[in-house]
Each structure stands twice: as C-alpha cells, then as structure tokens.
Design a protein around this ligand. Structure first.
Ligand SMILES: NC(=O)c1ccc[n+]([C@@H]2O[C@H](COP(=O)([O-])OP(=O)(O)OC[C@H]3O[C@@H](n4cnc5c(N)ncnc54)[C@H](OP(=O)(O)O)[C@@H]3O)[C@@H](O)[C@H]2O)c1
Length: 313
C-alpha cells in the first residue's frame, strides 16, 4: 500500500510502498479516503518529542483520518466491516499513521463518522476538534465570558472560536484582514489583526478591563507572558505549546496551564453529532493528493495554515 513515511527522524517524508497491516486484538483496519494534517505530524517526524514518544521506522506520518472499516481484529465490538469511521490512527511505536491507504487504529481511538459530510471533512476533525472541545471545557468558558484566542484562524482556533461562541462567550479572535469576515461568521464578536501590531495593546485599547480567558496557540514564553497582560485578575491563561509558567501566573493572580489533549471516542462522537446537527463547521482550507504531503507539511511548518489541510487518498 502507498504511504508517506520517514525512515529516520528529520528525513524528508516520501511516498513509499509498505506492506498491508493486519488487525490484532482490539484493532480495526480502515481503508482511508482522507487524512487530516496537524502540526504535530511534522513535529513527531522531526523527533521533537525525543524519547517521550517511542517510535519505530519506517514511521508513517499523520494521526487523523477517515474511511471505511475493511477488517476487525478479535474482540472489537463497536465496529463492523463497512462502517464509516474517523479518528486518530497514530501508533508511532508500531510505525503507524494516517498518511496511507490502509491504517490500523485501536478501537477506542475512532468513532462512527458524521453522516452529513465527506470523508475529507471528517478527517479534518479529530485532533483539532477534540483539542478545541477540551480547551473550552478546561478553561470553563461560559455565557458572557470574554475570550481572546490567539492563533484563531488555524485548525484548533476555528473550532475553538465556534465552540466558545456557542457557549455564549464573547470571542476576540486574532485574524489577518482577509480572514476577518470568516471568523465573524464562525462566531467571533471581533477580530484583532496580529500582523498589524502587538495583540495585547490592541485588545487592551478596546477593552481596558481585559479578558477572562486567554487561549494562545502561537507564542513562545516571552510572547505568552506579554499576552497575559490582557487577562484580568483571577482570569485564566492557557498555552498550547508549553509556554505557560504556572508559578509566574499564580504570582500574577491568574490560573494558567500548559494544555495537554485528552482524546476519547465519546468526544469524537460528540463532535460528529455537532457536525451532523449543523452546529459545528469544519473549515477545510486546502485539499491535496497524498503524494503532495511533503509540500503540505512544509506549508504547515510556516505556521500560516488557514483552516485545515486534508490529504485525499
Ligand atoms: N497541547 C496540545 O495538546 C495541542 C493540541 C493541538 C495542537 N497543538 C498545537 O497548537 C498549535 C496550533 O495548532 P493548529 O492545528 O491550530 O495549527 P494550524 O492549523 O497550523 O494554525 C496555526 C494558526 O496560527 C496562526 N498564527 C501563527 N502565528 C500567529 C501569531 N503570532 N499570532 C496569531 N496567530 C498566529 C496562523 O495564522 P496566520 O497565518 O494568519 O498568522 C494559523 O492560522 C500547533 O503548534 C499545535 O502543535 C497543541
């Protein structure tokens, strides 16, 4: 089967012919129609997680995917051959990923796909959607809270904007001018152009009393600390990329943490249900062929994604 993989950390990903995997106990074999790209895909292939994530090579890239169940292993109860499924296929310890034609998933990492959308749309949902959902839960976003989302035009941000606005929060989303109208259509009350000057200054000029919650996906330690100026006393500040210093935040009378995602099949089901109910829009920014994955990953590295990138398999 065709797969985009690396044979060592830091190598340029390439199209390879790899053997078809067979499902073991608790595993599901899926013929993937689409894979969703996330920044973690190239971070893992670059070896950025070191020994924390055991890996075997060749390592197929990618986590997210959607397609049809081809076979099930012993003990699998939630799925049967022919089911339309989506979820996370990354199994780095076995070299498995989603940038391929046939992928194995542990039964509890996938769910039945939303019925109203294509596989390409479903493949864009798992990691970014579950991250956004958990973020909104863990920061206790609710009616009337003012929330600043930095990195709002990317995969996680477009979902987080919708989910926070859906709970009645007043969302301030960072956005270049070209994406501003789209972000307002997704539920943002207002946008801040992060390419036009310091975000913290712009937000505080418009809202001197600050925001209740900061969700930052883009800033290193210094940028994150600078952004926390916008958070009012007793508010919450979260970094998705490990830039929060809990001690410093406590000293400033803020609740803060570095977010770590907790995926679950129930969460996938909730997200698919919201898509089918028309309450969650999946913004696929770009669809490319599987063999174009290396160039799509290069584009992701620049940090300039607009919505999600999907690979057609
Ligand atoms: N901790 C976790 O469990 C977890 C889970 C999921 C994702 N993440 C991480 O969260 C980050 C975002 O993920 P993603 O999937 O949403 O990425 P993405 O789809 O690649 O989106 C990145 C977005 O960030 C925006 N951006 C970049 N620099 C910015 C800045 N200085 N100010 C404001 N916006 C900026 C970009 O917009 P412009 O091009 O307009 O600048 C782009 O829309 C990644 O680093 C990812 O690895 C962490």
């Amino acid at each position: 089967m065709r797969a985009v993989a690396v044979s060592a950390f830091g190598e340029r990903p390439q199209l390879m012919e790899l053997p078809q995997p067979e499902p073991g106990p608790g595993e599901v074999l899926v013929r993937l129609s689409a894979a969703g790209l996330n920044p973690v895909d190239w971070k893992l292939a670059d070896g950025m997680f070191g020994d924390a994530v055991p890996v075997s090579f060749p390592l197929v890239l990618g986590s997210d995917g959607a397609g049809e169940v081809l076979a099930i292993g012993p003990g699998v109860r939630r799925f049967t051959v022919g089911d339309a499924v989506f979820g996370q296929f990354q199994r780095p310890q076995h070299g498995g990923g989603s940038y391929c034609e046939l992928a194995l998933a542990d039964e509890d990492r996938i769910a039945h796909a939303a019925r109203s959308v294509t596989y390409a749309t479903s493949a864009a949902l798992p990691t970014a959607g579950m991250t956004a959902y958990n973020l909104v839960e863990e920061t206790r976003i609710s009616e009337g809270k003012r929330v600043l989302i930095v990195g709002a035009t990317g995969g996680v941000g477009t979902f987080a904007t919708q989910l926070a606005a859906g709970r009645g929060a007043e969302v301030i989303a960072t956005s270049r001018p070209g994406m501003a109208e789209l972000m307002r259509n997704l539920g943002a009350a207002e946008t801040v152009d992060h390419s036009a000057g310091a975000v913290a200054d712009q937000v505080l000029a418009a809202h001197p009393d600050g925001v209740d919650v900061l969700i930052d996906m883009a800033g290193g330690r210094e940028e994150f600390a600078e952004l926390t100026r916008t958070v009012r006393d007793g508010g919450t500040a979260v970094s998705l990329i490990g830039s929060a210093d809990a001690d410093e935040l406590t000293e400033s009378n803020l609740r803060g943490f570095n977010f770590v995602n907790r995926p679950s099949p129930q969460l996938l089901e909730i997200l698919a249900g919201q898509v089918d109910a028309g309450r969650l829009t999946v913004l696929v920014g770009r669809e490319v062929a599987l063999e174009e994955a290396p160039e799509a990953l290069d584009a992701s590295r620049t940090g300039r994604a607009q919505g999600k990138t999907v690979l057609d398999i």
